[in-house]
Design a protein. Structure first.
Length: 378
């Protein structure tokens, strides 16, 4: 009897496991044409809570699933703004929903953005880009997103006055915002509904970043294991070597931080540099750390770097004069730690800061540099 009980429990566990795997494979159904719009109750970046009833007076309701980090979604931000401004007076409401769970977003997936997909970061993006439509957060529960079933960001769903789905798919057929699309699918669908006509093509394929559903957090766990395995090295460098680093004859945007284990602010902010390196290193970016510890304390500095998993190039200054170090980095540097400089190829310094950094500000500077930037630049 005991063996039978154990066998039955094993079957139950396996069944639960397989059902989770099926769900984790993104085998979600996208809302079908003719279906009623699922209700929702979601917080907006403007401090309000929105439900389906918030748009009850709209002749047409367009719900766009979009996010911060995805370069394709970013490419459509201005077009969603223009769509809103062009159709608001005609009785069309546009609302955007971010379906992504921030815990499922790897740092190396943030290489095309200055902010992630958390609610607080949504507020930053909405303010920076001047969104003129409600931007709602569904990443905490993904209840609404699961009901609509977006495939990627962006993915637009357009409903008629009775809130029946009449179009779902792409906004248009040209990802690059600097090129002219051949098919204005979302606008054509809205125009048809405003004219009382059927939508000629009610479903189109979408292209963009996959939805970061909550169960994809295992990707982040896997990444953390991979990062922990990366080797950490600490080499010596003299003033001449530092001067060469500043000349930056590489093809990368180079961020250099001078720190020391005895410097409290240095230790406090160092993890931010490791994060930036993981975000941008696949995009022509390099982080270099230079320890100002005494050479005899190299082992202590190395152990600190190991704890921080600092697998980027690391150096410890080997010279006998810290003033030569200061002159090699920046003659305008007064000498207190930490000190951080951002150098473009061929030595152009685009950022220099004495003291602890503002990581959000620095990420924005990195992201806005011509070396990095959005996928589709002006």
């Amino acid at each position: 009897m005991k063996r039978l009980f154990i066998f039955i429990n094993c079957i139950i566990i396996l069944t639960i496991g397989f059902s989770h795997l099926a769900f984790a494979s993104d085998d979600r159904k996208t809302l079908e044409i003719g279906a009623s719009a699922p209700d929702f109750s979601l917080p907006g970046v403007d401090g309000k809570t929105y439900t389906l009833a918030s748009f009850k007076n709209a002749k047409v309701l367009a719900i766009v699933f979009m996010c911060n980090h995805c370069p394709t979604s970013q490419a459509y931000e201005e077009r969603v703004i223009k769509l809103t401004s062009d159709y608001t007076a005609k009785g069309v409401s546009v609302v955007a929903i971010n379906p992504n769970n921030p815990a499922s977003l790897r740092l190396d997936e943030l290489g095309y953005s200055d902010v992630g997909d958390s609610f607080e970061e949504m507020k930053i993006r909405a303010k920076d880009v001047h969104f003129n439509f409600p931007y709602l957060y569904d990443g905490a529960t993904e209840i609404a997103s699961n009901k609509y079933g977006p495939v990627s960001t962006p993915h637009i769903f357009i409903f008629d006055k009775d809130r029946k789905l009449r179009y779902q798919g792409r906004i248009d057929d040209m990802e690059n915002p600097h090129k002219t699309p051949h098919s204005l699918d979302a606008r054509s669908a809205i125009d048809a509904l405003l004219s009382g006509k059927e939508v000629a093509v009610p479903v189109t394929k979408v292209f963009g970043c996959s939805i970061k559903w909550a169960e994809k957090s295992v990707w982040l766990e896997k990444a953390q294991v991979e990062w922990a395995k990366e080797p950490v090295k600490l080499d010596t460098i003299d003033a001449r070597g530092i001067a060469d680093l500043l000349k930056n004859h590489s093809d990368k945007l180079r961020l250099i931080n001078v720190w020391a284990t005895w410097c409290g602010p240095c230790v406090e902010e160092f993890a931010d540099f490791v994060t930036m390196n993981r975000m941008y290193r696949d995009r022509g970016f390099e982080f270099v750390s230079i320890s100002a510890d005494e050479p005899e304390n190299k082992d202590k500095a190395f152990k600190f770097l190991q704890r921080k998993q600092a697998s980027s190039p690391n150096y410890i200054y080997s010279g006998d004069s810290k003033y030569k170090l200061i002159e090699a980095i920046d003659p305008n540097w007064k000498g207190s730690l930490p000190y951080t400089v951002l150098v473009e190829p061929d030595g152009k310094v685009v950022y220099a800061h004495e003291g602890i950094i503002d990581p959000d500000q620095l990420k924005l500077i990195i992201f806005n540099d011509p070396m990095i930037g959005r996928v589709y630049k002006q």
